[in-house]
Design a protein around this ligand. Structure first.
Ligand code: HAM
Length: 408
């Protein structure tokens, strides 16, 4: 028997319902915030991710589904959504239009990680990317929108924020940090030692406890921000406070992707086990330029849908649509015509075998129909249909023509 690959999952029944419901709620919120839907390819040139997510990141270093295709191209399955949307933005020359663009997307991402609860090799993200807005108000709006999605879904969270500085303050801070880390080299793990040169900021979120103990007194980026980054970070905190969005400043929060500057944020849940990050994002003002576009400020986020499924509750749906059944086989052809009309505007379920009334009522109940509609011998002769409203239990017999007219 062929099974799905390790770390990859089928999605069906209750989980599929939750998934659809999540996408519906999140997409509605995104549209309300002015975002429009974009779909980009799952497969892109490997160089796109190397240049954006970063050569030193775990994602690029260890986790890419990378291969040479039949045309000899070095390609890989997207490990995240931002790089593809930025590539789309530039290749459609939107960077040359003096206008703000906002896009949302959802779909599968691929990372060759060690699978565990909440950590898959194929997982789905819902994400938003906003281009052309440098104001910190947009960082706030993005966080507010994430909080709105979680609130609408009744999902509790803890919000952590940090600032990673800009091209003015970040290099100076980096030097300070490297000096500090060099002195601690012997006490830090191998990964940390490698990162001192490639990406010293990532040392700060090392998960090894002994490393964390050594890093207690490390210089913090938020104490080393330039005036402009400091002002923006304060404004962001002020906006969150005045609008009732609770948060904590996590000075160690650096995110695992290289493209961020200024605001970085993560939403975590205490209800889903060790893989607790349910969403993450931040500002990435240099990425468009870095991928050969015109300088364009940008900020965005992505949510991990699988991690949210345990927390999503689909509201009990009320009965909807029509169930059609025949008590004599000749009536089925008639029902086909009626159901076709109904399906133009509403849900219709049709049973192809003639059955007794009791069996049809049971079926209608099982599929959650609002109306059970049946044609027996008498109805077939009279051109009528028997209808039971399964909510208020009223029964009636109406002419088929009349019934179809009422639908319009
Ligand atoms: P990320 O933090 O790498 O950010 O991923 C976002 C979310 O995807 C995580 O918070 C987590 O919920 C989910 N996720 C990540 N890896 C896995 C996995 N192996 N299995 C299940 N869920 C996972 C990004 O991807 C950025 N592109 C976000 C962004 C958009 N920043 C700016 N714009």
């Amino acid at each position: 028997m062929i099974k799905p690959l390790r770390g990859m999952k089928d999605l069906a029944f209750e989980d599929a319902k939750k998934f659809e419901y999540f996408i519906k709620v999140a997409s509605e919120v995104a549209r309300n915030y002015g975002f429009s839907y974009v779909e980009t390819p799952l497969l892109e040139e490997t160089a796109l991710f190397k240049r954006s997510v970063g050569d030193s990141s775990d994602i690029v270093n260890k986790e890419m589904y990378q291969f040479i295709d039949k045309g000899g191209n070095d390609v890989c399955l997207r490990p995240e959504g931002t790089a593809g949307v930025v590539r789309f933005f530039i290749s459609n020359k939107l960077d040359r239009v003096p206008q703000k663009y906002k896009f949302f997307y959802h779909g599968p991402m691929f990372r060759y990680e060690r699978p565990q609860k909440g950590r898959l090799r194929e997982f789905h993200q819902f994400g938003c990317e906003s281009f052309g807005e440098a104001s910190v108000y947009e960082d706030y709006a993005i966080i507010e929108m994430m909080a709105t999605i979680f609130d609408k879904l009744n999902i509790g969270y803890k919000l952590e924020i940090n600032s990673l500085g800009c091209s003015e303050c970040s290099p100076k801070y980096r030097e300070k940090l490297v000096d500090f880390l060099e002195d601690k080299k012997d006490k830090l793990c191998v990964d940390c030692n490698n990162r001192i040169e490639t990406n010293p900021l990532r040392v700060l979120d090392c998960k090894v406890q002994s490393c964390q103990a050594e890093l207690k007194d490390a210089p913090k980026i938020t104490d080393n921000l330039c005036d402009s980054c400091g002002k923006d970070f304060n404004k962001l905190k002020e906006l969150l406070e005045s609008n009732g969005i609770e948060f904590e400043v996590n000075k160690q929060l650096v995110r695992g992707l290289d493209y961020y500057n200024k605001s970085a944020f993560e939403f975590v849940s205490s209800e889903i086990g060790a893989q607790s990050a349910i969403a993450g994002g931040g500002r990435y003002d240099k990425l468009v330029e870095f991928l050969d576009g015109k300088p364009t400020p940008a900020v965005g986020f992505a949510m991990g849908i699988e991690r949210l499924l345990d927390l999503v509750e689909v509201p009990k749906s009320c009965r909807e649509g029509y169930y059609f059944g025949a008590m004599v086989q000749e009536a089925v052809d008639k029902l086909i015509v009626i159901a076709k009309e109904v399906k133009k505007s509403q849900k219709a379920t049709l049973e192809y075998s003639a059955k007794k009334l009791k069996a049809h009522l049971k079926n209608a109940d099982r599929v959650g129909a609002k109306y059970c509609c049946v044609i027996g011998e008498d109805e077939l002769q009279n051109g009528t249909i028997w209808i039971k409203d399964l909510v208020n239990k009223e029964e009636s017999v109406v002419e088929i023509e009349q019934f179809l007219k009422q639908l319009q």
